[in-house]
Design a protein around this ligand. Structure first.
Ligand code: PGU
Length: 459
C-alpha cells in the first residue's frame, strides 16, 4: 500500500509526502524502514521497494548567486597558485610585506581589556555607551554644538555596512517613496543595501572620464533635479572607487543645493583618516553640513582606520533639529535593530572606546594612521613614477597622484581588467579600481608593466 502511494514517479515536491510526515507516522511505510542516500527502503508484503522520500529538494528553485564583485575577488585570488599574484581587490591595508596589519593601539587596547577581565554580557540594543559617545565626538568634534545640544541619535552598528542598512530601514519606514541619490560610480554594495531595504535610488553624475576628475556641474544639476526631500548619499572623504573628493568650496556649493531643495544629506564615512592622514581634516565635510544646522545622517566604519574589519564595528548617527527628535529617532533605530540582530557585538566597540577615549592611545593611533596613509602615498608615487618611466606613448598618468585614499581608479575597462587578472595575476575589481593598500613598493614596477600592457594591447 505505502509503496504504491510513494512511488518515485509521484514524488514531485507537491505530490510527495514530507519526510517529517513520514517520520511522525502519519503514513505507515511498512514493517521496517531505514534510510539510504535519500531513499527510504521499505519492506512491505514481503517485497522490497525503493520509495522516494527526499529525492526532490525544496531548494530546487534556488539558483546559484554570482560571486560578489569585491569580496569574490579575494576568493579568486586565494585559488590562484601563481607566485606573482597580487590582490588589489578589497580595500584592506597590508604592510610593505603584503601582510595583514593589526594596529599596535588595537593590541594595547585588547591587553587593557584582558587585564580588566571584561565580561561578555549582552550590550543594550543601541550598543556600548562609551563607544557611542567617542564615535560621535570623533566624527563631529567633541565641541560641536550638535553634541552639546544632544541633537545626535547615535547607535552602534554592524560596521559601515550594517549602519547603512539600518539607516536604509529607517528611510523605508519613515520616508516611504523617498529616493536615495547615489554617486555614479559608487561602492558596489550601496545599491544592494537600498535594494534589499526596498528604498528606491537613482544616480547622480560624479566621475568624468574625460578629465578623470569630478563632474561637478553634472553632480549639482542632478542633485537639483531630484525630487525635493530626497536623501543624497555622499562619501565623507576618499570617494570609493574614484579617489576624487570635492574641494572645500565645492562642498559648500553641494550643501547650498541640498539645503535649497530640502534634501537630506546622508554621509558614508568609511575612510576617516585615510584621505589626508588626519582624522579631523577627513571629517570636515560632515562638520561643514552639521555647522549649517542641517539635519543629516552619517554612517561610520572602523574597518579601515583601526583595521577592525572582521570585528564589524561602526555607527549610525542621525543629526536632528532638537534633542527630543534625536531621542525619538534613536528609539526607532533600536526598534529596527532588535528583530534584525538584537544587539551589536562588544569586542570592537570596547577597542574603539579604549583607543579614542584614552588620550595616550588616541595620539598613538593618529601616528599609526599617518603611517598607513603615508605608505599608501608612497606606493601611489612609485606607481606613477614607474608608469611614466615605462610607458613611451606619452600618456599622462598624473591622475593617479590626484586621487586620494586607499584606491586608484585606473580607467581600465572590464576587458582590460580581465587581462590584468588572467595574464598578470593582478586581482582587482572589474570597474578598473585597484587597492593601493594591497600594493608594496617592490611590486610597483610589475604592476606598471601589467597596466601598460592591458591599457595599450587590450581594447
Ligand atoms: N562604505 C564604503 C564607501 C566602503 O568602501 C565600505 C567598504 C563600506 C562602506 C563598508 O565597510 P564595512 O567593513 O562594512 O565597515 N568597502 C571595502 C571593503 C570590502 C567590501 O566591499 O565590503 C571595499 O573594498 O570597497
Amino acid at each position: 500500500m505505502a509503496s504504491t502511494m510513494l512511488s518515485i514517479a509521484s514524488a514531485t515536491p507537491s505530490a510527495s509526502l514530507s519526510m517529517h510526515e513520514k517520520l511522525k507516522g502519519k503514513v505507515k511505510l511498512g514493517s521496517t524502514t531505514n534510510s539510504t542516500a535519500g531513499f527510504i527502503k521499505t519492506k512491505s508484503f514481503g517485497r522490497v521497494s525503493m520509495v522516494a522520500a527526499v529525492n526532490v529538494s525544496r531548494f530546487e528553485g534556488v539558483t546559484m548567486a554570482p560571486p560578489d564583485p569585491i569580496l569574490g575577488v579575494s576568493e579568486a585570488f586565494k585559488a590562484d597558485t601563481d607566485e606573482k599574484k597580487l590582490n588589489l581587490g578589497v580595500g584592506a591595508y597590508r604592510t610593505e610585506e603584503l601582510q595583514p596589519y593589526v594596529l599596535d593601539v588595537v593590541k594595547k587596547a585588547e591587553n587593557l581589556m584582558l587585564e580588566r577581565g571584561e565580561n561578555k554580557e549582552y550590550l543594550p540594543i543601541e550598543g556600548l555607551a562609551a563607544f557611542n559617545k567617542v564615535t560621535a565626538e570623533l566624527l563631529f568634534g567633541a565641541d560641536n554644538s550638535v553634541l552639546k545640544e544632544q541633537r545626535v541619535a547615535t547607535v552602534q552598528g554592524l560596521s559601515g555596512t550594517g549602519s547603512l542598512r539600518l539607516a536604509a530601514a529607517l528611510i523605508e519606514r519613515y520616508f516611504p517613496g523617498a529616493k536615495v541619490l547615489i554617486s555614479s560610480p559608487t561602492w558596489g554594495n550601496h545599491k544592494n543595501i537600498f535594494n534589499d531595504a526596498r528604498v528606491p535610488w537613482s544616480e547622480y553624475r560624479y566621475y568624468d572620464p574625460k578629465t578623470v576628475g569630478l563632474d561637478f556641474e553634472g553632480m549639482i544639476a542632478d542633485i537639483k533635479a531630484a525630487p525635493g526631500g530626497s536623501f543624497i548619499l555622499l562619501h565623507g572623504c576618499a570617494h570609493n572607487p574614484t579617489g576624487i573628493d570635492p574641494t572645500p568650496e565645492q562642498w559648500e556649493k553641494i550643501a547650498d543645493v541640498i539645503q535649497e531643495k530640502n534634501h537630506i544629506p546622508f554621509f558614508d564615512v568609511a575612510y576617516q583618516g585615510f584621505a589626508s592622514g588626519s582624522l579631523d581634516n577627513d571629517a570636515s565635510s560632515v562638520r561643514l553640513f552639521a555647522t549649517r544646522g542641517m539635519e543629516l545622517l552619517v554612517a561610520q566604519s572602523y574597518s579601515k582606520n583601526l583595521g577592525l574589519y572582521a570585528e564589524r564595528i561602526g555607527a549610525m548617527n542621525v543629526v536632528c533639529s532638537s534633542s527630543d527628535l534625536a531621542a525619538r529617532v534613536k528609539s526607532q533605530l533600536k526598534r529596527l535593530a532588535r528583530p534584525m540582530y538584537s544587539n551589536p557585538p562588544v569586542h570592537g566597540a570596547r577597542i574603539v572606546a579604549n583607543v579614542v577615549g584614552n588620550p595616550a592611545l588616541f595620539d598613538e593611533w593618529k601616528a599609526e594612521m599617518e603611517m598607513m596613509a603615508g605608505r599608501i602615498k608612497n606606493v601611489r608615487q612609485k606607481l606613477f613614477d614607474s608608469l611614466s618611466a615605462k610607458d613611451k606613448s606619452g600618456k599622462d598618468w598624473s591622475f593617479i597622484l590626484r586621487q586620494i585614499g586607499m584606491f586608484s581608479f585606473t580607467g581600465l575597462n572590464k576587458a582590460q581588467s580581465d587581462n590584468m587578472t588572467n595574464k598578470w595575476h593582478v586581482y582587482m575589481t572589474k570597474d578598473g579600481r585597484i587597492s593601493l593598500a594591497g600594493l608594496s613598493l617592490a611590486k610597483c614596477e610589475y604592476l606598471a608593466d601589467a597596466i601598460i600592457d592591458s591599457y595599450h594591447n587590450v581594447s
